[in-house]
Write a protein that binds this ligand. Structure first.
Ligand code: SF4
Length: 486
């Protein structure tokens, strides 16, 4: 599609009609609240931020009160937005910088804003546009995807897409367009299942009409005649784009235990990237480049490493990581490990994909032997994974299923709940398991729990054996059985 001025105007009018309510999705009353909310929104949904900020602003209504906040108290208030320690640090730095450099006020200057702790150029543009009405068109993951699908830009970085959009549209429309594109990406032009059949821009979109390949999935998406055809995106747990059919792949693993598994299977040479938490075996740290954390990978580094497959796990890595990889056109596969049995399926899937089927089958056979016969239901067992606040591994998580297979009976709320002191007391477990990671539970914590639950048995257990599925499943099972026998 060649975009004439008339067509660009047509697109704008359609977006105005389709999204009359398009506006900044972060609740705020002044520039201070907006800059704080924008910092919190990194790798978090806007609705989650909007739930968090009323309590935060009631406690810290301005930069001077926030600058004096106790880190622990601040962290507790923003915990649900994720990466809370880092964000708390940034907010404290931000508040202090506002006090010392700007008399407690948020500056309306792009350079000064971007220089504040936790505020990059994109955040600065969002604040400038929404708090001060300064035209800006910050490109987030939605705008990046929509602009490329519509053929408004073929650029491969958000900065270049932003430059293309700013060239195409009048400056006075940038703020409105920014919100309209985001609404369109969220409500219609979804990363995996774009609703092309109901898209207000379908007749202007060559990707939606199946004329050209979607730059994100590498496949043709939809349809002639307005009838939707099954989008050519594959289910979430498989690679979304075609992989090379033969030869070794360039793999980035964003899952520590998968990294270890690939080494166990002799596939270390195919690993071109890993997270900073992929620390086993030790030598991997010196030989395979690091690409950031499991929840906050560095996409520039990932792109530079030119991977043919990125491996994710649904609890370990956030959905936005997969979405961003999709937007960047990087093939990925996401495993979902909630049970010991799901390890077998994952071994076979990985083994088939990576040419290690024999090793995978051998692990399946070995694990089946270990699981037969399944033990009888044992003591009511709570697995704690964090303190301050207490958090547990619910019965539907991998660590609890491993405990179940070892003979314990997992208790507690589902998934990874926070437990109030009252909720913890009410569970009244027979056994408490304290894995040494992700929280470093020690004898001191065990003694504290022994005082609170004098009738319960408290065991500190190897956190990696208990939580590193796939690479240490059998080791974890044996360890927990021995623990139960003690
Ligand atoms: S037609 Fe489909 S791909 Fe094109 S903008 Fe609309 S939803 Fe997105």
């Amino acid at each position: 599609m060649r975009w004439s001025i008339a067509k660009l105007k047509d697109l704008q009018q359609r977006l105005v009609r389709a999204y009359p309510d398009a506006k900044c999705a972060l609740d705020h009353r002044d520039p201070f609240q907006l800059v704080v909310a924008t910092v919190l929104s990194a790798q978090c949904t806007d609705s989650r931020v909007n739930i968090t900020t009323p309590g935060l602003f009631a406690r810290y209504p301005d930069a001077s009160s926030l600058a004096k906040a106790k880190p622990v108290e601040l962290e507790a208030l923003i915990r649900s937005t994720g990466f809370f320690r880092n964000k708390a640090k940034n907010l404290l730095g931000l508040a202090n910088a506002l006090i010392t450099r700007h008399d407690g006020k948020v500056p309306n200057d792009s350079v000064q804003l971007a220089a504040l702790p936790g505020v990059g150029q994109k955040t600065a543009n969002v604040v400038l546009a929404n708090a001060f009405g300064v035209p800006a068109l910050a490109v987030d993951t939605h705008i990046f995807r929509v602009a490329r699908r519509l053929g408004l830009s073929a650029a491969k970085t958000p900065e270049k897409v932003e430059a293309d959009l700013c060239r195409l549209f009048p400056r006075e429309d940038w703020i409105e367009l920014h919100h309209q594109f985001i609404f369109h990406g969220r409500r219609c032009c979804d990363a995996r299942k774009p609703d092309c059949g109901n898209c207000p821009a379908l007749s202007l979109c060559d990707v939606g009409r199946g004329k050209v390949v979607d730059p994100h999935s590498g496949t043709k998406l939809a349809v002639r005649g307005g009838q939707k055809r099954e989008a050519a995106l594959k289910p979430e747990r498989t690679a979304y784009a075609p992989l090379p059919t033969s030869g070794p792949l360039r793999i980035i693993s964003l899952v520590p235990s998968v990294t270890e598994l690939l080494v166990q299977w002799g596939l270390a040479a195919q690993l071109v990237g890993r997270t900073r938490y992929c620390i086993a075996p030790k030598w991997i740290r010196a030989t395979v480049p690091e690409v950031g954390g499991t929840k906050d990978p560095n996409f520039q580094r990932i792109t530079d490493l030119n991977p043919e497959l990125v491996i994710l796990e649904k609890d370990e890595n956030s959905k936005w990581v997969a979405d961003t990889l999709t937007d960047l056109g990087i093939p990925w596969m996401a495993l979902e490990i909630r049970t010991v049995k799901s390890c077998m399926a994952a071994w076979l899937a990985l083994g088939k994909l990576l040419g290690a089927l024999d090793q995978a089958k051998a692990r399946v056979v070995g694990l089946k032997k270990l699981l037969s016969p399944m033990p009888k239901t044992g003591p009511r067992t709570l697995t704690l994974i964090w303190k301050d606040p207490w958090m547990s591994a619910g019965p539907d998580t991998y660590p609890s299923d491993l405990a179940r297979c070892a003979g314990f009976k997992p208790i507690g709320p589902e998934r990874w709940p926070q437990l109030s002191e009252e909720a913890l007391a009410a569970l009244n477990p027979d056994v408490i398991l304290l894995p040494t990671e992700p929280f470093r539970f020690s004898k001191r914590h065990a003694a504290e729990l022994e005082r609170r639950f004098p009738l319960a048995k408290i065991h500190i257990v190897d956190g990696q054996a208990m939580t590193w599925y796939l690479s240490r499943t059998e080791e974890g099972l044996v360890m927990l059985r021995e623990t139960l026998g003690r």
